[in-house]
Design a protein around this ligand. Structure first.
Ligand code: NAD
Length: 316
């Protein structure tokens, strides 16, 4: 009999691939295999990350080819690259790996903010260019005992709040109208819950975004919101590109009123000099290519979790 075909559409850690190979009942097709192009015809299982988009037409093609596709598993949290309604209509189960990469992403959001507050990337660039950097001319901003506004107190937001308190003795403001009241008390994160985004933006020295990309969060930080932010405040976006209006942010950064922004997620990924040259001319912004979850520890753990989920569905 033909073995069920599993397509791994985006690169996975070698530990995950080794676990897949250790089963003898799967026909495995990896991301660099040309057969990947026609996965809709015969895939039973699909593994991806956020590089590949699964559209309505992908799921309709799979259904038309005989409904073999049973499961899609995404490494990571955000599933905004998958047409969930089309998957449901085609009877395909969609899974992700919630909570597994939260520590890595929260850690990275702090690393980014501290890099920007102390101008690490800018000064390093200048040292590399051979400049004798005068210490008195590159003063940074201290984040000790400042106010950190966490937008979205889910898995990552809560860990980020804890890390800010531990690292900088921050006062934490939290905005999350979706989460039920009292849900964070158990975790003993000292914080003040605010009733509006505007209240948070007006008080926070650091604004850190940890919401999913939904219709309700798309463009939630636009020109009006940026104008509410304090002088010398910092915006961190390690969630999704569409959440911040990039044209409005560019204008705000050019004013040099807020301290700056750090972006691990942008609308056009990966960020290139062509698409983001206007931003990259500025010293008050740091852009990284969606690497919040990219640690050695995490890629192995999350990749293995994806394989275990996939095998459980196919064996069940
Ligand atoms: P989560 O689902 O645990 O938390 C999201 C929180 O946002 C929830 O508490 C929800 O109530 C809240 N929320 C929803 N709508 C909101 C709104 N309009 N205003 C305020 N809060 C709102 O998810 P998570 O694991 O914390 O991840 C958050 C997001 O981070 C993911 O959806 C993903 O897009 C992004 N992410 C990025 C990376 C990266 O590499 N940069 C890695 C993992 C996740």
């Amino acid at each position: 009999a033909m073995k069920p075909k599993v397509y791994v559409l985006d690169p996975y850690h070698k530990d995950a691939i080794a676990l897949l190979r250790s089963t003898d009942w799967i026909d495995l097709i990896l991301w660099d295999d040309s057969r990947k192009a026609d996965w809709q015809k015969d895939a039973v299982g699909v593994m991806l990350r956020s590089d590949t988009r699964l559209t309505g037409s992908d799921f309709r093609l799979a259904a038309a080819a005989g409904n073999k596709l049973r499961v899609v598993v995404k490494q990571g949290v955000g599933v905004d690259n998958i047409d969930l309604a089309a998957a449901a209509a085609a009877g395909v189960a969609v899974h992700n790996t919630p909570a597994l990469n939260s520590e890595s992403v929260a850690e990275f959001s702090l690393a980014l903010a501290l890099s920007l507050s102390r101008r690490v990337t800018e000064i390093d660039r200048r040292v590399r260019q051979g400049e004798k950097v005068a210490r008195s001319r590159v003063l940074g901003l201290s984040l000790f005992r400042k106010t950190v506004g966490v937008v979205g107190m889910g898995n990552i937001g809560r860990i980020a709040a804890r890390k800010w308190i531990g690292a900088c003795e921050s006062r934490v403001l939290a905005y999350d109208p979706v989460a039920p009241r009292g849900v964070w008390d158990r975790e003993q994160i000292p914080h003040t819950r605010v009733g509006s985004l505007e209240e948070l933006l007006r008080e926070a020295d650091v604004v850190t975004l940890h919401v999913p990309l939904l219709d309700s969060t798309r463009g939630m930080i636009g020109g009006r919101e940026l104008a509410c932010m304090k002088d010398r405040s910092i915006l961190i976006n390690a969630s999704r590109g569409g959440i911040v209006d990039e044209r409005a942010l560019l204008e705000e950064l050019r004013r040099k009123r807020i301290w700056g922004a750090v972006l691990d997620a942008v609308e056009v990924e990966p960020p290139t000099l062509e698409a983001y040259g206007d931003f990259l001319e500025l010293d008050n912004v740091i852009i990284t290519p969606h690497i919040g979850a990219s640690t050695i520890e995490n890629q192995s753990n999350s990749g293995l979790a994806v394989v275990r989920t996939l095998l459980a569905v196919l064996e069940g």
